[in-house]
Ligand binder design. Structure first.
Ligand code: 5GP
Length: 361
């Protein structure tokens, strides 16, 4: 038995030190970064915020909105190939959309068809396996890189330096990092496996950058400040699912629920009722997802995700405006003129309390 004694950190365990800055206004900072990659020869300009390849936020509709802001969307892997082809031929997806694949042969055939038959459309691929420590992931990375040397290849998920290094040296441009931190994830509850997200980013980014690779922090964003902390810790991309799940454009019906308030209607003498709106959001390894997208849950698997009803938050464009506004403000506080400089300009305080919760969070 071994134990690492040092306490690992999550977003909530730190705040960021403000620094003297020569930036007078948020409008002076540049949130668009030019990304260069280890293997993919293409350069991309964007703000490294990306929606997860989950069924409600990794959608065509969400992708269109993300692209408008030079942000990214990782499409979920359950679209039929014809629909993917229609989307990538009708929209300019070259830079901002990733196509997902798992380890199944059907996934490979689908991606191979698109890369071969539509070579100038979308060449950003995400190999997504909750546990990238299994050997077949690395084998697939090698196969993809050999067959399609020019693709932008993201692979995950990992949380340790060894695997990040291994995947990058095998052909990955970006390693997706995070295990157990997702809002719809119950992996930590049912397996005890996982690593706090901030420490994951520190270690994985340091390793990746040392060998010319990049990382995408995946999961665990609760507040916009967490996106800033993720970039501050060294993430090149920050992926989010639950954060976007409540936007109007996310897939899924809106559910209306009636709640009794503690105010009394003076005319009727009865409690005033309030209607609240929600969207259903579910983990991609949940039993719900297995039933919806596959043929039910195999006997050897346990559900590693859950189903939640997320309060409706408003339009995705407004959310993106808030995110980018928060990021600009962060850069002004720490004196970072360019997104690329954010991690160099970030110093964290370890804290016991992050927020004043007198009036709720
Ligand atoms: P969030 O932004 O919601 O905190 O995290 C999103 C991430 O959670 C996804 O990108 C994915 O890596 C992870 N995730 C999505 N569904 C599941 C699931 O069912 N189980 C687990 N363990 N992780 C999930």
């Amino acid at each position: 038995m071994k134990i690492y004694e040092q306490t690992e950190l999550d977003f909530k365990d730190v705040l960021v030190k403000p620094k003297r800055s020569f930036i007078n206004s948020r409008s002076e900072v540049d949130i668009i970064r030019e990304y260069k990659f280890k293997w993919c020869p293409r350069k991309i300009s964007g703000t490294g915020i990306i929606t997860s390849n989950m069924a409600t936020v990794g959608t065509f509709e969400i992708a269109k909105h993300m692209m408008q802001n030079k942000m990214f969307c990782c499409l979920h892997k359950h679209y039929p190939v014809e629909e993917l082809i229609k989307f990538i031929t009708e929209n300019d997806c070259r830079d901002y959309v990733f196509l997902s694949m798992g380890l199944r042969d059907e996934d490979y055939e689908k991606i191979e068809k698109i890369l071969t038959e539509y070579p100038d459309k979308c060449r950003n691929i995400c190999i997504d396996v909750p546990n990238a420590y299994v050997p077949r992931v690395k084998e697939l990375v090698v196969k993809m890189r050999n067959k399609f040397p020019d693709i932008l290849l993201m692979v995950g998920n990992a949380v340790t330096a060894e695997l990040v290094e291994d995947l990058i040296l095998s052909g990955a441009d970006i390693v997706k990092c995070g295990i157990g931190s997702g809002s719809a994830c119950i992996t930590r509850r049912i397996t005890g496996v996982g690593r706090p997200q901030l420490s994951t980013i520190f270690e994985c980014a340091d390793t990746a950058h040392g060998i010319g690779g990049a990382i995408c922090s995946d999961g665990g964003v609760v507040y916009i400040g967490d996106i800033c902390k993720a970039f501050g810790a060294g993430a090149d991309f920050v992926m989010m699912g639950g954060f976007y799940a409540g936007c109007e454009e996310a897939a899924g019906d809106i559910i209306e629920k009636t709640f009794q308030t503690n105010q009394i209607d003076p005319e009727t003498g009865k409690p005033i009722l309030e209607i609240k709106k929600f969207k259903v959001f579910y983990g991609m390894s949940s039993e719900y997802a297995q039933n919806k997208h596959y043929h039910g849950m195999p006997k050897y698997r346990a559900s590693e995700g859950r189903v939640v009803e997320v309060p409706l938050k408003g339009s995705i464009d407004k959310m993106n405006q808030d995110i980018l506004g928060g990021l600009r403000s962060y850069m002004t506080y720490i004196g970072a003129r360019r997104l690329k400089d954010v991690s160099k300009c970030t110093t964290f305080y370890r804290v016991n309390t992050q927020l004043n919760t007198v009036f709720g969070e």
